[in-house]
Design a protein around this ligand. Structure first.
Ligand code: 5GP
Ligand code: MN
Length: 326
């Protein structure tokens, strides 16, 4: 593992101008990993452009370098670094328009178990609770001292992907990593308040609408979200705002599913599972990906078709699987 990190550090040090890119529908982990690595490279005088396919939620504006994040990277690049993305579809449209035509090396840094190893160089660690946690090792390999401007985005990534150190993939290594970032000047209290414990009033309106759609079918709790519901609530940022985590917290449920009916005969499906249950395979089989307890995909079809198909697949997948603590 340390071999590939040293190779990645070497490529970054050789590059003249690199593009740091993360996945669509950006979350705290991908934003933190992109901005943390960008800040470390800046300390070395290296030009690295931070990019995301979609605009990041405005609550992350407190992170150093947030204003530099672009959805339309311009100019030429001799190196590409993909962060927190398990496949190239999650990097579109930037992958097809900027990365593939350039024909330059792509470094793939990620922690999804479903990663398809699309990079020229792949550093994929499914045991890491976040990609941001992995970037700490890369900052060390680059020989850049850990400082607040690097530490704050990385701590944000760790906190958001572990939902405040609550997910079952949070290890003692995760806590040690967070301690080190706090020692470097990142405030855990600030990250908790600004990133984790923060939502607009409009999101509560949306939760109200999603609550009225919740159904419990056997061990599966599911709910529906539509663009019309979002519009009625003033289009809050951040999709479901973490509502899906409420579904899987139900004592009766082992799996939570959120169906986002986009209206164009395509439904985005969010998956959550209790510790001990693995739904990443279902999301992967449907063209998506994720982690054992958190995954996603987009499925063609009407809401009713997709719901029936996914519920059936999940039922089969969890048959014989048992939650650890219920
Ligand atoms: P969320 O429900 O928070 O959007 O996503 C949960 C996890 O599944 C995240 O790690 C996210 O990267 C992954 N994920 C969500 N949607 C997709 C998708 O369409 N394709 C892939 N490959 N991963 C996804
Ligand atoms: Mn992540």
């Amino acid at each position: 593992m340390s071999d590939v990190i040293a190779q990645i550090a070497g490529l970054l040090l050789q590059a003249r101008r690199s593009l740091l890119i993360g996945h669509m529908d950006p979350d705290g982990d991908v934003i933190g990993a992109v901005l943390g690595l960008r800040e470390a490279l800046r300390r070395l005088g290296k030009e690295a452009v931070p990019a995301l396919p979609d605009r990041p939620p405005s609550k992350y504006a407190f992170l150093p370098g947030f204003a530099e994040l672009t959805t339309a990277p311009a100019g030429s690049f001799d190196l590409f670094v993909s962060l927190d993305s398990s496949d190239t579809a999650r990097l579109e449209p930037i992958y097809s328009t900027v990365i593939a035509p350039a024909g330059r090396p792509v470094i793939n840094i990620d922690h999804h178990v479903t990663n398809v190893m699309f990079g020229t160089l792949n550093w994929v660690d499914p045991k890491a609770a976040s990609t941001s946690e992995m970037i700490i090792s890369l900052v060390d390999a680059l020989d850049v001292p850990m400082e607040r401007e690097i530490a704050l985005p990385l701590l944000t990534g760790i906190v958001m992907d572990t939902r405040g150190f609550r997910t079952s993939n949070t290890t003692s290594d995760t806590l040690r990593a967070a301690s080190r970032l706090m020692d470097a000047g990142a405030s855990l209290g600030e990250v908790m308040e600004r990133a984790l414990n923060s939502r607009p009033y409009a999101m509560l309106c949306l939760w109200g609408k999603m609550l009225s759609t919740v159904r419990l079918e056997g061990r599966i709790a599911w709910a529906v979200l539509t663009p019309a519901m979002q519009a009625e609530c003033g289009n809050p940022e951040e999709g479901d705002g973490g509502f899906i985590n409420l579904l899987v917290s139900l004592q009766e449920a082992d799996v939570g599913l959120l169906f986002y009916d986009k209206g164009d005969h395509a439904v985005e499906v969010g998956f959550r599972a209790k510790p001990g249950i693995d739904i990443s395979g279902v999301a992967f089989a449907l063209g998506g990906g994720g982690h054992p307890q958190a995954a996603g995909c987009t499925v063609e079809g009407s809401l009713e078709e997709v719901r029936a198909r996914v519920l059936d697949m999940v039922r089969r997948a969890i048959d014989g699987q048992r939650a650890l603590y219920r």
